[in-house]
Design a protein around this ligand. Structure first.
Ligand SMILES: C[S@@+](CC[C@H](N)C(=O)[O-])C[C@H]1O[C@@H](n2cnc3c(N)ncnc32)[C@H](O)[C@@H]1O
Length: 110
């Protein structure tokens, strides 16, 4: 479920229930971790250009919903998307994160 380096989730930086864009969802673990903090429908928009990875993340998040009472799969919206052509509109995102796609970094806009 996880192919990243360390973690990009810093709960103390995630104030005000942000909308998170997660680039390169992989197996979905960090999308799940962001959802733990944000907890509302489509709070995490997770993109990946590879259909098999989107399917894997969807499967893992359905499994996570069975094992975690707090988690609703609707908290994470998984989209076909590329880091170089983001499928979101301007000013619609509060936090952008990725792990082991470019390198480890989290951008915060407030
Ligand atoms: C090393 S994995 C890391 C996955 C996840 N971030 C994690 O921490 O487990 C890199 C992910 O980036 C995805 N990816 C590759 N090229 C991409 C691109 N141009 N835009 C978005 N995601 C991409 C891959 O399909 C893969 O799921």
């Amino acid at each position: 479920m996880n192919y990243g380096c360390g973690t990009t989730i810093q709960p103390t930086e995630l104030t005000g229930l942000p909308t998170v864009l997660y680039i390169g969802v992989g197996g979905g673990l960090e999308a799940l971790q962001f959802a733990y903090i944000c907890r509302r429908p489509s709070a995490v928009i997770a993109i990946n250009p590879v259909a098999e990875m989107r399917e894997t993340a969807t499967r893992n998040l359905l499994l996570a919903a069975k094992e975690n009472d707090w988690f609703d799969p609707d908290f994470v919206k998984i989209l076909d998307g590329d880091a170089f052509a983001l499928p979101v509109s301007d000013a619609s995102i509060d936090v952008v994160a990725q792990n082991c796609l470019f390198n480890i970094c989290v951008f915060l806009w407030q």
